[in-house]
Each structure stands twice: as C-alpha cells, then as structure tokens.
Ligand binder design. Structure first.
Ligand SMILES: NC(=O)c1ccc[n+]([C@@H]2O[C@H](COP(=O)([O-])OP(=O)(O)OC[C@H]3O[C@@H](n4cnc5c(N)ncnc54)[C@H](OP(=O)(O)O)[C@@H]3O)[C@@H](O)[C@H]2O)c1
Length: 343
C-alpha cells in the first residue's frame, strides 16, 4: 500500500495529549498497513514549551516524560512556544487541540484552532471550549480551505454521536436529541442504585476509584452534560443556541418525585440531556429522569453512555457504549485523525 506521510501536532500535552501520543505510537503499524498512513508526531506543546522535530518525535518517550510529571521545557532541544502562527508555519497536516476547556471564551484553544486552519491544517478537538463556542464556524472556515474538523472527544469520545447523526441520518432533519453523556454521574447513579448508597457515599466511592474529580461540581451539577448537549445541538439543530439556553439540574439535587418513582421500581435514574425542536424553537434541558424498562437508556449502567436521535425520515436511532477512560478518549481522537486524512 502507498504510504502517505501525515504530520501532526498535539497542543496541550496533559493527560489527554500524552495518551493520544502513546496510543497513536502503539497503533502506528496498524495505521500503515490498514490505511497507508505514516503518522508522525512532529510537535507537542504544553504551557512551558514545545518539543518539535519535523522528522518525527519519539511519541512514546514524550508520553512517558509527561506521565513522570516533567514539563516540555525540560525536553532536550525544546523551543519556547511563541505564538501559534510561528509554530504552525513549520508545517503540519493536523493539529490536535487538547488544552484546558474554557467555556466562556474558548481560549486558548480557539486561537490555536483558527491558526491551524489558517495555516492549512485539519483540526481535531478534545478541548470543549472551541467546540462549544464555534464548532459550526470552525467547520465552515475549514471547509472553505478543503480541511476538516474532528470533535468526537468533545461530545462523548468513544461513543459516536455527531458523526452518527450526520452520516447515518443524512438527508433527514433531526428533531430531537436525548443523551447520557457523562460517565461519572452515570457511575454514581449506578452505585446509588446497586449498593443502596446515598449520593454523598456514592460520590466518595467514585472519587476513591479516580472516576470522579476531587472537585466534582462540573460533572455532578450537569455542566459537562450541558456543554456536550449544546455542542451537539448547535451542530445538528441550530447554531445560534448557547450554553445559557440549557435548563440544568444535576444529580446533586434529584427531585423527590424522581427518587420516589425509582424507589417504587418504575425505572432507573439517569442524567439525561435533551434537545427538542418544534415550531416555537429549541428547548435544551439537563435533568435526572426515571427511565423505564424497555427504553434503551435503561441498560446504560456504570461508565457507559448513550445517545438517541429522532429525525423526520429515519425515526429514532440509538447508540450505546463508549465507556469513559483515557484509552477511549485517545482512540476517539485517533479515529478523528484517520477520518481527516481520508480523501
Ligand atoms: N480527561 C478526559 O477524559 C477528557 C475527555 C474528553 C475531552 N477532554 C478535554 O481535553 C482537554 C485536556 O484535558 P486533560 O485532562 O488532558 O487536561 P490537562 O491534563 O490539564 O492538560 C492540559 C494541557 O494543556 C497545557 N496548557 C495549558 N494552558 C496552555 C497554554 N496556554 N498553552 C499551551 N499549553 C497549555 C497544559 O500544560 P502544563 O502541563 O504545562 O500546565 C497541559 O499540558 C480538556 O479541554 C478536557 O475537557 C478530556
């Protein structure tokens, strides 16, 4: 098979960035054999410096460097990052943006994504900030230059959502989205039900297992689900929607009637994000709900996720799976990289 050399850079070399470097290196042989892609990591950027080598960096060594707690300014030959444009002028085909999420400004990821497109590179986002504020706009900017934007890791990672709705329901009009998009809250709800734990007990258990963050508010208050729902809704329903439009309730305040319905065996509690479009406009909600047996969401326990899309031409389509984990996120990003290389 003819080999196509494909240079990529990871901007934001933390947990996700280093996992992508490691995973892509582990899959290098498979990519060459199956897709004819000779994938080369030529740059990695953290807040201190950039490692850069046009011939290709040792991605596994770089990932180990990061995992051992070292910064890139200590990497032999590291360069001061300067601004995005200077680095990208060195030439890359794809930029993975794995910077911390800023849901108010999208920065610094948004600037990097725009600079990458302006420099002629495809963009793969893990950072939800640029996806939340500007995914349709970035996609348009990219398309005008014959480039693509991947955003799987911002909307469910290993659970395919955006691509399923767009590709498998092409030609139809999406009317409704319902989704379980946060593995941490789903795990806490599963522990509460299976082991009869209170919310606080289940949260502590999830924190001890490294599933929930020390500050769990972003997940348990429903922010993460709201952000992902907004990204999906802007891309699939209406680009004028914003995070402010989401009526949000987390699993830290499960309404009595929901708890009672679950206790009476009428179903299982899930944190569900919903977007509904009708003649009046689009309504976005995130809230704990009781899901009855027979609904596909009933089966979604632990770290699994799920999404349902309802369209005029295709009816309802549901996808289930996509457990949350470092490997799963890295695999979703590598999938996007493979996808943007396709002719
Ligand atoms: N963790 C997940 O499972 C997951 C799943 C899907 C999406 N995401 C998203 O992926 C992104 C990265 O998450 P993470 O867990 O990898 O975060 P992280 O471990 O905190 O890594 C962030 C990286 O960005 C670097 N950085 C911060 N500010 C920078 C700047 N101004 N210029 C250059 N580099 C900068 C940091 O450098 P320093 O190390 O020098 O501070 C670090 O290397 C987030 O937006 C997150 O929401 C995460």
């Amino acid at each position: 098979m003819t080999q196509h050399s494909f240079r990529y850079t990871i901007v934001g070399f933390g947990n996700v960035g280093s996992a992508v470097a490691r995973h892509a290196a582990e899959r290098a042989e498979r990519l060459r054999k199956r897709y004819g892609i000779d994938l080369r990591l030529v740059g990695a950027v953290d807040s201190t410096a950039a490692a850069w080598d046009e011939r290709g960096l040792d991605a596994t060594a770089l990932a180990e460097w990061r995992e051992s707690g070292r910064k890139l300014r200590e990497w032999p030959g590291a360069i001061r990052p300067g601004d995005a444009n200077q680095l990208l002028e060195r030439g890359v085909e794809c930029v993975v943006v794995a910077l911390p999420t800023n849901r108010e400004t999208g920065e610094p990821g948004l600037t990097w994504a725009r600079a990458a497109i302006a420099a002629g590179a495809h963009v793969v986002l893990a950072d939800k900030g640029p996806a939340l504020l500007a995914l349709p706009e970035l996609e348009a900017e990219a398309a005008a230059r014959g480039l693509r934007v991947g955003a799987s890791a911002t909307v469910g990672s290993a659970l395919p959502t955006l691509t399923v709705a767009r590709r498998e329901m092409a030609g139809g009009e999406i009317r409704e989205i319902a989704a379980i998009l946060n593995g941490t809250t789903n795990m806490i709800l599963t522990l509460m039900r299976d082991e009869g734990l209170s919310f606080g007990e289940a949260l502590s258990r999830a924190q001890a297992a490294g599933v929930a963050e020390p500050d769990p508010s972003y997940d348990v208050e429903g922010w993460d689900t709201a952000v992902k729902l907004t990204i999906l809704s802007r891309a699939l329903l209406d680009p004028s929607l914003s995070l402010d439009a989401v009526a949000r309730r987390g699993i830290d305040e499960i309404p009595d009637e929901v708890a009672a319905a679950a206790a009476e065996g009428r179903g299982r509690i899930r944190l569900v994000g919903r977007a509904r479009r009708d003649a009046e406009g689009t309504t976005l909600t995130v809230a704990p709900e009781v899901v009855a047996e027979g609904d596909p969401f009933y089966l979604v326990d632990g770290l699994l996720k799920a999404a349902k899309f309802v369209s005029d031409d295709f009816g309802e389509l549901a996808v289930l799976g996509g457990a949350s984990g470092r490997r799963d996120v890295a695999a979703a990003i590598l999938k996007d990289i493979i996808e943007v290389t396709r002719p």
